[in-house]
Ligand binder design. Sequence first.
Ligand SMILES: *Cc1c(COP(=O)(O)O)cnc(C)c1O
Length: 365
Amino acid sequence: MTEFSGPAVAESQAVLTIDLGALAENWRALAKRVAPAECGAVVKADAYGVGIEAAAPALAKAGCKTFFVALPSEGRRVRAVVPHAVIYVLNGLFAPSVPMMIAHDLRPVLGSLDDAALWAKAGRLRPCALHVDTGMNRLGVAPGDVDAIARMDLAIDVLMTHFVSSENANDATNDIQIARFASVRGALPHARASLANSSALFLPQKPYGDLVRPGYALYGGNPTPGAANPMRAVVRLEAPLLQTRIVEPGETVGYNAQWTAKRRTRLATIGVGYADGLPRAAMGIDDRLGGEAMIAGVRCPFAGRVSMDLTVIDVTDVPAEKLPGATAVLLGDGITVDDLGLRAATIGYEILTRLGARYYRNYVG
Ligand SMILES: *Cc1c(COP(=O)(O)O)cnc(C)c1O
């Protein structure tokens, strides 16, 4: 339960609780699943919104040695809190970043022939990874270019690729990508193979290679959509009710009157809005369900548009005597990041990475 007291809560109203124990447990569960392959951790985008400075040391303490970030700035932040970490920068090598990559001992994931040439100039013996594109067409060299890069004698310690649809176990693309990767594997026999993101750890093909790269599942997202979530929830978001009111049938709520009361309705207002990362698309409008909050154990729908700093919730089904002192749980008590993503026409990944900066952050575990 969240403790609603103290000056920080008084300033921020909503409390974001981040369970570092659950994060560590999720990492250990995945590490056990893939052993003897090594389990790394993806901590890009501020560790999927939960905070690099808290998450990276917690993961390191659980036994994680290898970290993946998108940007050099994120790599610098991991280096500051986990001095001995092996850190790969997924977004490739950007020429202006080379000095700081070297200064902070960050390993680029080379994603083009230009990247490879640039790193060769920086010093062939500095470790790096090579990303081979097997179907994503986003970053990575073509399979046909791997031989040429192998001849450059770079210190490539990891050969990686990335799945297009690993969350769909029946998607034929998974097998095609595994086969394409296997066809270039021999060009760099000393590099370790890395293919798998969170969902790929649950594919029947078990494409673990030597090093896996889970992100989403570590933070409690469901890597097996459509089936039960095997991971523990890491984030909980809870906000106090600022006020309640009764409206009569026919009255509307919020901007542009997008929700109309069909019955005598009790409404509660919370101080969380789209400026906090609660998607505006989670609005509850007539005849279309939006986001929900758990209030005194009852699932309550959003009413009307989510505004910048405020959201209104239909709490009619909560017994009135339970409302004084009650809070609205937006994430937690059975409401997952995947649920909110679905109700907001997005995915749980976006819910996590947009978790707002105005919440009081309470790290536990
Ligand atoms: C983000 C990312 C991952 C982690 O993916 P999840 O689905 O969050 O586990 C792994 N590899 C690469 C290249 C990525 O960009």
